[in-house]
Design a protein around this ligand. Structure first.
Ligand code: MSS
Length: 369
């Protein structure tokens, strides 16, 4: 990006590594394609940030153990402090956190919203208490509940949403199975930027469903009335406004992209070139990864580089190609353990959600003698 476009990091994210990031705005910060590294886990100082409204005051993370959360819609509703949650159970969850709008920049109809390329995603380890454990301790979910609804801790500025003062998301009840309430990420107390002191984590589901600064977890009959649930994050046709009649953005599809070489203007010398990237499987492990150097005409199987940290994590891959001088279109395509393969075409939709097209994510390189 030209130097004049470089925006400063906002105060709450000053500790991040500016050289690895693209700052779209104070609340939308993307990881550069080449800054992912090859160690499975994304360092926190390079992890993307997305806030729909400004985060709450930094002071809320000063005394994390005193943070309170209400659990509703169970037989014995209860308010816990974070200190109490810490004694109820412990689960570490390596997983991809990815914004619903990651890859929006590649939609030809130019949807409004942050023009994320590949970097509104990272793979991190959240640690917290399994929600299933809490629910069991509280006598189970009340009869007739179909959704799990998380309520965020910041206030939506007046006038933005007539139906809610809080960021609220509902997911199908079945998502509870592997979900946790997390207070730690990559071994550190959860920072404000990523939802500290406490965050709802729903692995396999897009970023927005992972409610930060969570102050209430409710099992509900209906989805939250908040606009972020009813109107945005829905699959509507291009040109059509989203509404409750459209499918909500929940589960992530399989996806991969090349992270090195990372940019179209990378100039490479002929000879062996290691092509690297990341592959995620969505709701199942990535089980196969292929690379193409001819824009998808032919494919060859690449190998996974790092360990398998479970079905919700991504895996780095590598493929060594012996390249003669010329121009190449590099692409990658993953298949998950359920047999779903990343498609060539994106699923068109008005707001530019869930882009997992391998075509859209190609990198064109120039190899010289
Ligand atoms: N939460 C809250 N509370 N608020 C807000 O704003 N956002 C979303 C999630 N959660 C929010 C929440 C989104 S949208 C996303 S992506 C995520 O978050 C991000 O994360 P990080 O940590 O990275 O920042 Mo899209 O689908």
């Amino acid at each position: 990006q030209p130097v004049s476009d470089v925006k400063p990091l906002p105060d709450y994210a000053k500790w991040k590594d500016a050289n690895s990031l693209i700052v779209h705005s104070a609340n939308t910060i993307e990881t550069q394609r080449g800054a992912v590294g090859s160690s499975v886990i994304t360092p926190l100082n390079r992890l993307f940030i997305r806030n729909n409204v400004s985060p709450p005051p930094a002071g809320i993370t000063d005394n994390p153990d005193a943070w309170q959360i209400n659990i509703e819609g169970v037989r014995k509703p209860h308010t816990f402090t974070l200190a109490q949650l810490k004694d109820m159970g412990l689960q570490a969850l390596p997983m991809v956190l990815q914004c619903s709008g990651n890859g929006r920049a590649y939609f030809p109809h130019k949807p409004g919203g942050t023009q994320w390329t590949v970097g509104a995603a990272g793979c991190v380890i959240f640690t917290g208490v399994p929600i299933a454990t809490l629910v069991e301790a509280l006598g189970g979910v009340q009869d007739g509940m179909v959704y799990m609804t998380g309520t965020g801790g910041e206030e939506i500025p007046a006038g933005l949403d007539p139906n809610s003062v809080r960021v609220e998301r509902s997911v199908p009840l079945e998502a509870m199975k592997d979900a946790i309430l997390a207070w730690e990420v990559n071994g550190e107390p959860l920072p404000l930027a990523h939802g500290g002191p406490l965050r709802l984590i729903v692995p396999g589901y897009t970023g927005v469903n992972n409610v930060k600064y969570v102050k209430q977890l409710a099992f509900t009959k209906a989805q939250s009335p908040a606009s972020i649930q009813q109107n945005s994050y829905r699959f509507s046709a291009v040109g059509e406004k989203g509404g409750p009649q459209h499918e909500s953005i929940w589960e992530m599809p399989p996806k991969s992209w090349i992270t090195s070489p990372s940019s179209p203007d990378t100039s490479l010398k002929a000879g062996p070139v290691v092509i690297g990237g990341v592959a995620m499987g969505g709701m199942d492990s990535p089980s196969k990864i292929e690379v193409s150097i001819d824009g998808g005409k032919s494919w060859q199987e690449a190998r996974f580089v790092g360990p398998d940290l479970g079905k919700y994590a991504w895996r780095q891959f590598a493929f060594t190609a012996d390249l003669k001088p010329g121009r190449y279109n590099l692409a990658s395509r993953t298949t998950n353990a359920a047999g779903q393969t990343q498609p060539a075409e994106r699923a068109e939709n008005n707001r530019g959600y869930n882009n997992n097209s391998w075509q859209d994510h190609m990198v064109e390189i120039n190899v010289t003698s």
